[in-house]
Design a protein around this ligand. Structure first.
Ligand code: UGA
Length: 443
């Protein structure tokens, strides 16, 4: 099938490359000329396992094209994906200006029937706005052309995006008629073998499904973080509790890892946006608000642990930090707990020596050159002359470090572990003061 994807960010690029890999002819449109030039050279702007070879292969065999020409993009695809960003407004609601700009562009150039598919995470009711925008531009052009608007939310995880996209758990499609339903079924047929993964519904329900899924996952995490804070105060071990409840298949083992708060471009933004949507319809979402509040507090947890150890005297302290990205297998630092920690440390007059396997450049880009941030080439180098070690991201290379070296390098034998990578008993044996999450130390 002929497909056009507007926006070459995480969602758009992965979707385009995966659709091309199963034989669809995909044109990617982006307004950023440099990005398009880089993509043609096989340079991918993001770190995502498996994406580079997939993009290069698609480009070489001609099934994946990159262009800044929206005219070409619109004339190419029978299906037009909108996969541009929806950054949060100041009040937390999703800013739709890029989505609506693409809708207007499609309407400006279309000469025949198009199916416009919303992939971006957008508030309930956005499809109506997209439809109205297209109708308005067509009216201005004084033409009558049939079109359909479909909601097809994306559920991929960063770091596993290609795999998630190739093997989706479910494909949610909100559509209005049989024609668009049929086209979407045909588009996704290569991903729908063995058992039916297509879930059809009305457009608004599809839009809400995306927010409900992310909010449910965020709820699991905030709930576990709350339990971990309780466990600390009650002398219980959250790891034992996690195993104890995860064994109940109704609860399950996934997404019940307590930590230093959830980050990324999705959970914080989507929970806030859904709260905002609820307010717009005069509803106070008590659970969502609590999920958000617990997370904001949890991101301060590592700083509070350090403060506890050093009796609030953090000025001039030099803190080793392992892990900057919001989770492993990505260089993405959006809403990362490491940022909340670094900012709190800097305000308290401390400095940071950081190491991350992938996010060093991103950290440099975000914070530039400053005296109280040193980016170190290895996790061992980050320990040199440091007063304490803090772990923000569970990269696998942090799981079995040389503890003797850690003790030898640090001025104080203290590890604040935001991801529960080590066992408190083993740390005690090595003479390390260990702060895990919900594992005994209460602050
Ligand atoms: C999330 C969802 O998992 C995807 O299904 C969704 O498509 C995506 O948002 C999106 O809306 O685009 P992602 O943001 O890539 O994906 O990251 P996750 O793997 O879900 O992790 C989010 C955060 O939760 C991370 O900071 C992670 O450390 C934290 N987390 C996750 C926990 O603290 N505990 C857990 O048990 C699991």
């Amino acid at each position: 099938m002929k497909v056009t994807v507007f926006g070459t960010g995480y969602v758009g690029l992965v979707q385009a490359a995966v659709l091309a890999s199963v034989g669809h002819h995909v044109v990617c449109v982006d307004i950023d000329q440099r990005k398009i030039d880089d993509l043609k050279k096989g340079i991918i702007p993001i770190y995502e396992p498996g994406l580079t070879p997939l993009v290069q292969e698609g480009y070489q065999n001609g099934l994946l094209e990159f262009t800044t020409s929206s005219e070409h993009g619109v004339s190419h695809g029978d299906i037009q994906f909108i996969a541009v960003g929806t950054p949060p407004d100041e009040d937390g609601s999703a800013d739709l200006k890029y989505v609506l700009a693409v809708a207007a562009t499609v309407a400006t150039h279309m000469e025949q029937h198009k199916i416009i598919v919303n992939k971006s995470t957008v508030p309930v009711g956005t499809a109506d706005k997209v439809r109205a925008q297209i109708a308005e531009v067509l009216a201005q052009r004084n033409v009558t052309i049939d079109f359909d608007v479909v909601s097809n939310p994306e559920f991929l995880k960063e770091g596993a995006a290609v795999n998630d996209c190739k093997k989706p758990d479910r494909i949610v499609v909100g559509s209005e008629n049989e024609k668009s339903k049929k086209a979407m079924t045909e588009l996704y047929a290569p991903f729908n073998r063995n058992h039916d993964r297509m879930i059809f519904m009305d457009v608004r329900s599809a839009e809400l499904t995306k927010y409900a899924a992310n909010s449910m996952l965020a709820t699991k995490i905030s709930f576990m973080n709350e339990m971990s804070n309780l466990a600390e105060r009650l002398g219980a071990d959250i790891e034992a509790v996690r195993r104890g409840i995860g064994s109940d298949s109704r609860i399950g083992y996934q997404f019940i890892y307590p930590g230093c708060g959830y980050g990324g471009s999705c959970f914080p933004k989507d929970v806030q946006a859904l709260i905002r949507t609820a307010h717009e319809v005069d509803y106070q979402p008590a659970v969502l608000q609590a999920v958000e509040n617990v997370n904001v507090k949890q991101k301060q947890k590592l700083f509070e642990n350090l403060s506890d150890y050093f009796d609030g005297q953090l000025a001039q302290k030099n803190i080793a930090l392992w892990g900057l990205s919001f989770k492993p297998q990505t260089d993405d630092m959006r809403e990362a707990s490491s940022i909340a920690l670094m900012e709190a440390l800097w305000s308290a007059g401390a400095s940071v020596q950081a190491y991350d396997p992938e996010a060093m450049e991103e950290c440099q880009r975000l914070f530039g050159k400053r005296d109280d941030l040193r980016l170190m080439g290895t996790k061992e180098a980050a320990l040199q002359g440091a007063d304490a070690l803090v772990i923000c991201t569970e990269w696998s290379r942090f799981r079995a470090p040389d503890f003797d070296l850690i003790v030898a390098e640090l001025n104080h034998p203290v590890i604040v572990d935001g991801r529960n990578l080590y066992e408190p008993d083993a740390m005690e044996e090595k003479g390390i003061v260990y702060y895990g999450i919900g594992r005994g130390q209460s602050v």
